[in-house]
Design a protein around this ligand. Structure first.
Ligand SMILES: [Zn+2]
Length: 372
């Protein structure tokens, strides 16, 4: 009962009681010694007061009921009009490949379960019920949370875990002239050479290196890396310094130069890595240790995946490789095998062995960066 209703009830009581008191007083003056008259008058007054109070309470209760009914109606109308909603509680718009993130949507006004999905499962996968997303490779993906007819979406960019530059050694068109062997050096060396050729398959080295590099690129992209190539065809003529600058300009986290070996004796075989060590006069102080670590990681991955023999210890510190000396990031050069050896020449041309070499080198990057 509010103030207004309380006041009405009080006024009604007062009016009734005051009205009756007048009558009682008059009766008392005429029959002050008549106890039965007094008793009767009291009884009547009581009855009237009770009746008046009841009336007042009834009115007040009626007002209350009206107010409450009206208030209930308003609340009911509001509930009916409120539409069910879905919105994100936890979401992200950017994630690195190889990482996970749990999306969470919240629903109001609906009992439907929330189901999560992604627009491209090559880029990322998501658990339908938990909302846990696993970012796989660089790209964009739309994440959707759906409950009945309600949906909410978010665009997510998957970023590269690392940038890798691949250099398929040599080319069908050889860069002419000479260039300094290292920054500040007066020693000049040919900008490039034609490379070797399979003694048995007769496939030139530049074709093999491009074939393998392209396959490695595909594998590395599928593992979440961004890949930059120094060349994509066999027509481009590019010097060793320019190749290194491709890696430098891309701000590569690692640079791999892909080659195949040759020597006078057909009996010699085995893979090997060639890098600028800590004693390298050009970039040794800054990258020597990382170069060795990268070389060891790729050697490890390669040998495990291919079962290849290793020539010598497999890790060779070199100061005479222009393409290594000009690279301002962890860099190494792989000689995958000998094209002058019948077994390795033939093996390196098979798709099955190329697949193993590619897996091995990709594993090497994963080892180097700590993903494996
Ligand atoms: Zn070569």
């Amino acid at each position: 009962m509010n103030e207004f209703k309380r006041a009405i009830a009080f006024l009604l009581c007062v009016t009734v009681v005051v009205g009756f008191s007048g009558g009682l007083s008059a009766a008392g003056e005429t029959a002050s010694d008549d106890s039965s008259a007094n008793a009767s008058a009291n009884a009547s007054a009581e009855a009237i007061t009770t009746e008046a109070t009841t009336t007042a309470v009834d009115i007040a209760t009626s007002i209350d009921a009206t107010t409450e009914a009206s208030s209930d109606a308003t609340t009911e109308a509001a509930t009916t009009e409120a539409k069910p909603t879905i919105k994100w509680k936890n979401k992200t718009e950017s994630i690195k490949a190889g990482k996970s993130y749990t999306f969470k949507a919240v629903v109001t006004g609906s009992d439907d379960d929330i189901k999560y999905s992604v627009s491209n499962t090559n880029v990322a996968t998501i658990n339908e019920t938990s909302g846990k997303l696993k970012a796989k490779k660089v790209g964009k993906v739309t994440v959707t949370a759906k409950a009945g007819k309600l949906t909410v979406t978010v665009e997510v960019t998957v970023k590269a875990k690392k940038i890798i530059c691949l250099d398929p050694g040599h080319s069908g068109s050889v860069a002419k002239g000479t260039e300094p062997i290292g920054p500040g050096s007066k020693t000049m060396k040919a900008k490039d050479n034609s490379g070797t050729c399979g003694n048995y398959t007769h496939v030139p080295e530049y074709k093999l290196t491009l074939t393998v590099a392209k396959k490695l690129r595909t594998t590395l992209i599928s593992r979440g890396y961004k890949v930059v190539m120094t060349r994509n065809d066999n027509k481009k003529s590019i010097s060793c310094i320019k190749r290194a600058k491709v890696a430098n300009n891309a701000k590569a986290n690692a640079y791999l130069r892909i080659h195949a070996d040759s020597i006078g004796s057909s009996a010699v075989r085995g893979m090997s890595m060639h890098y600028a060590s800590t004693s390298n006069p050009y970039i040794g102080k800054k990258y020597g240790a990382a170069n060795k670590k990268l070389s060891a990681a790729i050697k490890k991955g390669f040998v495990k995946a291919t079962g290849s023999k290793v020539r010598g210890g497999g890790l060779n510190a070199r100061n005479d490789l222009t393409g290594n000396n000009w690279a301002y990031c962890p860099t190494t050069l792989i000689e995958m095998g000998f094209m002058s050896n019948p077994t390795e020449d033939k093996l390196m041309q098979t798709a099955a062995y190329q697949k193993k070499m590619v897996k091995g080198m990709a594993d090497g990057f994963d080892i180097y960066f700590g993903y494996k």
